[in-house]
Write a protein that binds this ligand. Sequence first.
Ligand code: C5P
Length: 223
Amino acid sequence: MIITIDGPAAAGKGTLAAKLSAKYKYAYFDTGMVYRAVGLEMYLRNLDTADEKAALKIAKTLTFEKMMELSAHPDFRSQIGGRNASIVSAYPDVRAALLKMQQDFSENPVFADGTPAQGAIYDGRDTGTVVCPEADIKLFITASSEVRAERRYKEFVAKGMDVAYEEVLADVKARDERDANRSAAPMKPAEDAVVFDTSTLNIEEVFAKACEIIDAEIDKEKR
Ligand code: C5P
């Protein structure tokens, strides 16, 4: 079973994916990590994210293990980490270089400890359209930019980071703009995706609806 969850930053994809992964025991791939890893590696090596060739070089040599190692760095999920990821993810060659690693996971989904899983849940921007166009279930989760900025702001504050709400909102809008308008794999719901707006639905409601869809698919596969 392959499930994709796409949508803009801070829409609730990660929360939903974690809940579904716990309930159905499917492995989870947060695909934003591949771009965060490339962006962070450039930052740590003092490379300018405007340098597309340097970004491509790093993307071509990125391994799953290296990505996991970088994910422990404090800037992996910081404002700067998100911004750098967003910039490098707009380069078509960088996306192409990171595609196989993402697709391979669906062939052999494993949990963080290496245990094999019966299915995979992807979260990202293009997982239902480009990474796994043949996925069994495709969800697209969205919310207004203000609601999403508020959530991200609270997350940063809870981690003790010093940020202003206005700065987070401006960043969310800039990332949406880049994600939706880039030439390669622009963010959009797949034609066969079910769309949820978490500005009006809470995460429990979205979770319940997603479970209904997944249970129906599991029943269908059993028949
Ligand atoms: O989801 P997350 O915020 O961790 O993603 C970091 C950045 O990576 C996003 O702003 C987006 O530009 C990019 N991304 C992407 N395609 C994906 C996942 C993330 O372009 N499938």
